[in-house]
Design a protein around this ligand. Structure first.
Ligand code: C2E
Ligand code: MG
Ligand code: MG
Ligand code: MG
Length: 265
């Protein structure tokens, strides 16, 4: 075992303990309407606050969690946490949807749609307040199961996005496989806007594609005013990124939602 494998191994064997000891936290990043500048929702992004190593980002541990069925346990915890947050905000009259990230593995192995349906009833939450972002790095082997899972969710009134669109194996396949509400353009196509000729072409094409399909489009990882201007000019209706806000812990996102009263620009 090399050094990297060892630390991955150590992290992996610590995941269950971390869940028991409540070391995971959901951070929230706002989604902005490009035209009106209002916050139209937030995305929940998990963090692991490790007692010795400090904050560990999901890139380090989500793939480890997905190698075993631990992702199912963690996924259920995330769903619960998001539902709790929706209820807490509802009490404060903050009515805004929370999007959670779900991998195809969770979607299929767990009968995720049924789990979501149970949670909405348990927490007495209207389905408009919970959204799903589907992420995947490997091509799903079972098209019809994916289609069924997504249509079950959408029939319940849950909005579904294709995350990291343009990367991985499956993005265009997903457009054929199931009906999505939103395409999220991956950050890697945004970061070199507007100078990269290839990226401006790709992003313009994705925006046109979404428009022709009658679905929403959101740009991820918008960091500069130049990127914002380009996207707005091309008609990209929503965006997310450090230009507006990093993902924030619950107390800070609450302050932001209150201060801005939903308005950002
Ligand atoms: P994602 O869903 O595509 O999330 C976007 C990532 O980009 C987040 O990284 C976010 O913090 C980061 N980001 C947002 N705006 C900017 C920006 O302007 N500049 C830069 N450089 N980065 C920005 P994060 O939180 O580290 O999450 C990475 C990935 O881990 C997520 O990608 C998602 O695929 C996965 N993930 C996060 N939370 C969960 C979760 O609760 N469940 C599952 N299954 N996966 C999760
Ligand atoms: Mg996401
Ligand atoms: Mg993404
Ligand atoms: Mg990503």
């Amino acid at each position: 075992m090399n050094k990297n494998d060892l630390s991955a191994f150590q992290l992996k064997s610590n995941l269950r303990k971390a869940l028991k000891e409540n070391q995971f936290v959901l951070y929230y990043q706002p989604k902005i309407n490009t035209e009106t500048g209002t916050i139209i929702g937030v995305e929940a992004l998990i963090r692991w606050i490790h007692p010795e190593k400090g904050m560990i980002n999901p890139a380090t541990f989500i793939s480890l969690a997905e190698e075993s069925d631990f992702i199912l346990l963690l996924g259920e915890w995330i769903l619960n946490k998001a539902c709790n947050q929706i209820k807490e905000w509802e009490k404060l009259n903050i009515k805004i949807p929370i999007a959670i990230n779900v991998s195809i593995k969770q979607l299929l192995k767990q009968d995720f749609a049924t789990l979501v349906s149970k949670k909405l009833k348990e927490f007495k939450i209207s389905s408009e307040y919970l959204e799903i972002e589907i992420t995947e790095s490997v091509l799903s082997s079972n098209e019809s199961l994916v289609r069924d899972a997504v249509s079950k969710l959408r029939n319940m009134g849950i909005k579904v996005s294709i995350d990291d669109f343009g990367t991985g194996y499956a993005s265009f396949m997903y457009l054929k496989q199931f009906q999505a509400d939103t395409i999220k353009i991956d950050q890697s196509f945004i970061s070199h806007l507007p100078t990269s000729q290839v990226d401006t072409a790709i992003v313009s094409a994705i925006i046109t594609l979404a428009s022709e399909l009658g679905i929403n489009v959101i740009a991820e990882g918008v960091e500069t005013q130049e990127q914002f201007n380009f996207l707005k000019d091309k008609g990209c209706s929503q965006l997310q990124g450090y230009l507006y806000s990093k993902p924030l812990p619950p107390n800070e996102i609450l302050l932001l939602l209150r201060e801005t009263e939903g308005r950002f620009l």
